[in-house]
Design a protein around this ligand. Structure first.
Ligand code: ADQ
Length: 471
C-alpha cells in the first residue's frame, strides 16, 4: 500500500489521544494517519529569527510528524496575514474584515515555496500526498515545479466563497489556477463545490466536465464532495469514560435542575457568537417566565489573538456577556456562564450530554463538527435538541435539527423556546435521524472515501506538460 503524506499548516497530532485538541482538523487527521502508514508534515508552531529549513522528525502517539520552524516575517505575512487576515475572512464572506496587503500575498507564496522545497526530497514515487486547507493552496503548483509527479489531493475545510466576492482578491485567478496542479479538489458540501465550479466556468473560462471534473488553464482537475465527520466510536467511548461520566454528573448538579443550553466554539467571528448572545438575550426578554429555568454555557477558547480582529471581538464578547448577566442575573442565578478555556474530549462529551439544547449558530462554516459531537453525546432515551445554523455545511444533511437563520435574533429566540418545550417523542425522532447522519459521515468514512478517490483519480495529462504549464 502506498504511503500517505498529510500536509497541513499546523501539525497537531495529539500527544494524548483521549484528550483531543482544539480544531476539527487535528482530530480528523490523527485518526487518518493511524490507519495509513505515513507522515504528517507542517509548521511546528515555533518562530525563529531566520528561516533555516531544518526538519525535525518525531513520533507522536503512533504518528510520524515532520516539523519545520518559520521565521517571524513568515508568521506575520503568511499565517496571520494572508491565511488568517485575507483568505479566512474572504472565504467566510467577510470582505469588510479582509486585508488586501501585497506583502501578505508575497509571504504566502514564499512559505508555500519553502514548504515545497523541504517536502519534495521526502516524497517517494508511490506516495499519495494530501494537502489540507486554505494555507497551502499553491503547494501542489510549487511541488510540480520541483518535478513531483505523485498524485496530490487538496481538501478545503472552509466554505468556498461566491465568485462575486472572490474577485475582490487581487490575483484571484492565479490562486485558482494553482489549484489545477492538484489531481483532486475536495469540499465538504455540494454547495461549496458548485461555487468553485461557478468560478471555473464564469471567471476562468473553463469547461465543466462529467462527474465533477473540470478543465481550465490548460489543466484538468477532479472535484468531489467529502463531508467530514467525527470519530463516532472514539467519542462514544470518551462519553462513557470515568471523566466523561463524572463531568456529566458535575454539570447536572451544578445546573440545579435548570435546562442547560451549550455553545462550544473557537473564538471566531464566523461562529456567530455575538449574534448568538443577542438571540439568547431576546429569548430572556420574550419569555420572562422561563428565565430562571435556563442557563447558557458558552465555552469559547481564545484563538488567533495576534490578529487584531480577533482581539477586538474578544473584548466585545466579554462586555456583551457581562451586560446580559448584569441586566438579568438574580441573586441565585446568572443567565450566561462564559468561559475562555479548552476542555478534554471526554469532558466536552459529558457537558454536551448534560445540555438540553446544543446551540450551533455560525454565520458561515465549512462543516462544523460541534454539531455532530453534540448529537453523538446525547442519551438516546432522553436526547437534547440541536439548533443549527442553515449556513453551516453540516446543515446540508442535518435537516432534522431546528434549522435557524443566525442573523435573526427573533428566530434564535423562537428556536430556543421550541427546543426547550419539545416533547420527548419528537426529540427522539429528530435525534435518531441526526445520529444516523453522524454515523454515516464518520471521520473514517470521510478519510477512506477521500484517499480512495485520490488513488483512483484519472490522470490523463503528461506530467511534463503539467509542469511546463506553470513555468
Ligand atoms: P473549526 O472552525 O475549528 O474547524 P469545528 O468543525 O466546529 O470548527 O471544530 C472545532 C473542534 O474544536 C471540535 O472538535 C470541538 O470539540 C473543538 N473545540 C471547540 N471548542 C473547544 C473547547 N473549548 N475545548 C476543547 N475542544 C474544543 C474547521 C472549519 C469547520 C470544519 C472543520 C473540520 O472551520 O467548518 O468543520 O475545520 O473540517
Amino acid at each position: 500500500m502506498s504511503r500517505l503524506i498529510v500536509v497541513s499548516n499546523r501539525v497537531s497530532a495529539p500527544t494524548d489521544p483521549a484528550g483531543g485538541s482544539v480544531g476539527g482538523l487535528a482530530m480528523a487527521l490523527s485518526a487518518a494517519l493511524k490507519t495509513y502508514n505515513g507522515l504528517w508534515f507542517g509548521w511546528s508552531g515555533e518562530t525563529v529569527e531566520t528561516f533555516t529549513g531544518v526538519l525535525e522528525i518525531e513520533e507522536r502517539a503512533g504518528v510520524t510528524v515532520a516539523l519545520v520552524d518559520l521565521e517571524a516575517q513568515d508568521v506575520d505575512e503568511y499565517y496571520n496575514g494572508y491565511a488568517n487576515g485575507t483568505l479566512w475572512p474572504l472565504f467566510h464572506h467577510r470582505v469588510d474584515l479582509t486585508a488586501y496587503e501585497r506583502s501578505y500575498g508575497e509571504g504566502y507564496e514564499r512559505v508555500n515555496r519553502r514548504f515545497a522545497e523541504i517536502l519534495a526530497p521526502l516524497i517517494e514515487p508511490d506516495d499519495l500526498i494530501w494537502v489540507h486547507d486554505y494555507h497551502l493552496i499553491p503547494l501542489a503548483r510549487d511541488l510540480r515545479r520541483l518535478g513531483v509527479k505523485n498524485r496530490i489531493g487538496f481538501f478545503l475545510h472552509t466554505p468556498w466563497p461566491v465568485r462575486q466576492l472572490l474577485v475582490t482578491l487581487p490575483h484571484h485567478r492565479r490562486l485558482v489556477e494553482s489549484m489545477f496542479a492538484f489531481d483532486l479538489l475536495g469540499f465538504h458540501t455540494r454547495e461549496w463545490l458548485d461555487l468553485f465550479r461557478d468560478y471555473v466556468a464564469s471567471e476562468a473560462g473553463g469547461t465543466l466536465l462529467e462527474n465533477d471534473a473540470m478543465e481550465a488553464f490548460g489543466q484538468r482537475v477532479q472535484g468531489g464532495v467529502f463531508p467530514i465527520g467525527i470519530d463516532v466510536e472514539g467519542f462514544l467511548q470518551a462519553r462513557a469514560s470515568p471523566l466523561g461520566v463524572r463531568t456529566y454528573d458535575r454539570m447536572v448538579s451544578s445546573t440545579a435542575f435548570r435546562s442547560l443550553i451549550v455553545g462550544v466554539d473557537r473564538l471566531d467571528y464566523s461562529k456567530g457568537l455575538e449574534q448568538r448572545l443577542l438571540g439568547y438575550e431576546q429569548f430572556l426578554k420574550d419569555n420572562p417566565e422561563m428565565r430562571s429555568e435556563v442557563l447558557l454555557l458558552q465555552i469559547t477558547p481564545i484563538s488567533r489573538d495576534d490578529v487584531d480582529t480577533y482581539h477586538d471581538m474578544r473584548g466585545r464578547l466579554d462586555s456583551l456577556a457581562g451586560r446580559i448577566n448584569g441586566a438579568y442575573a438574580e441573586m441565585d442565578w446568572q443567565p450566561i456562564r462564559y468561559l475562555n478555556r479548552t476542555y478534554r474530549r471526554d469532558q466536552l462529551a459529558g457537558i454536551y450530554r448534560a445540555a438540553r439544547v446544543g446551540l450551533v449558530t455560525p454565520l458561515r462554516d465549512g462543516m462544523n463538527l460541534v454539531a455532530k459531537e453534540y448529537v453523538c453525546a446525547q442519551n438516546p432515551e432522553d436526547p437534547g435538541v440541536l439548533i443549527l445554523s442553515r449556513f453551516a455545511g453540516a446543515a446540508a444533511r442535518m435537516g432534522e435539527a431546528l434549522i435557524v437563520n443566525p442573523f435573526s435574533r427573533e428566530e434564535l429566540s423562537d428556536a430556543i423556546k421550541q427546543a426547550l418545550t419539545m416533547p420527548l417523542d419528537e426529540r427522539i425522532r429528530r435525534w435518531t435521524a441526526l445520529m444516523q447522519v453522524v454515523r454515516e459521515t464518520d471521520v473514517s468514512i470521510w478519510r477512506d472515501d477521500y484517499v480512495s478517490a485520490l488513488r483512483g483519480v484519472e490522470i490523463n495529462r503528461e506530467d511534463g506538460a503539467r509542469v511546463a504549464g506553470y513555468q
